[in-house]
Design a binder for this molecule. Structure first.
Ligand code: VGL
Ligand code: ZN
Length: 200
């Protein structure tokens, strides 16, 4: 029974001062580094958008950031431009111990579709390949930490549970965006999917 630590999107744009800053997003870095030191298998995910990504409000005439739109694959929040490929905003937080990671999974790189989850793009069917990576390495349990609790951590955790992994989310090492009750809905959804929520 092998466990993997999956560190979701601990990138400059999600930290204070970034384009889509999550309150206290940087405070979780030291605790994540400590977990990474002990973990046998470490995966980092990296939100990685082209500059004209369709999840950006700037690509939709008159649309305000944080408004909701309909895409062919379902509802989509329109975000401020963030995590543009190759920019400093897309880089990992400078203090994150990235050398501990064996795999870095980039997601959201296709213009027309977002990818909150580390396992599937937002159409919920296009795989990222992470499931195969974990299974071929014998991983059956995953522990998740990172940003943001109510978006990328939530979607990743629920997908992992649906795929049959045993999932724990360390809420003390996550921080939320919390748009219109999205944090409460995410906690409820994760619980319903069988995700273990813990505080350390
Ligand atoms: C995320 C919004 C847009 C996240 C990524 O990492 O939670 N949220 N892109
Ligand atoms: Zn994004």
């Amino acid at each position: 029974m092998t466990q993997a630590l999956i560190v979701i999107d601990v990138q400059n744009d999600f930290c204070p001062g970034g384009a889509l800053a999550v309150p206290e997003g940087d405070l979780i870095v030291p605790g994540i580094n400590r977990l990474m030191e002990e973990a046998e298998t470490v995966v980092l995910t990296q939100d990685w958008h082209p500059s004209d990504h369709s999840s950006f409000a700037s690509q939709h005439d008159g649309a305000a950031p944080f408004s909701l739109t309909q895409m062919s694959y379902g509802p989509q929040v329109l975000w401020p431009d963030h995590c543009v490929q190759g920019t400093d905003g897309a880089a990992f937080h400078a203090d994150l111990a990235v050398d501990r990671a064996q795999m870095i999974l980039r997601k959201g790189f296709r213009r027309g579709i977002d990818s909150y989850s580390a396992f599937f793009e937002n159409d919920h069917v296009t795989p990222t390949g992470l499931e195969g990576y974990l299974r071929t390495r014998g991983v059956t349990r995953v522990r998740m930490v990172g940003l943001a609790t109510d978006f990328c951590v939530n979607f990743s955790a629920v997908d992992a549970a649906r795929l049959g992994f045993e999932v724990e989310v360390r809420l003390d090492l996550c921080r939320a965006i919390d748009l219109d009750g999205s944090l409460a809905a995410a906690l409820e959804g994760m619980r319903a999917a069988g995700v273990k929520l813990s505080d350390g």
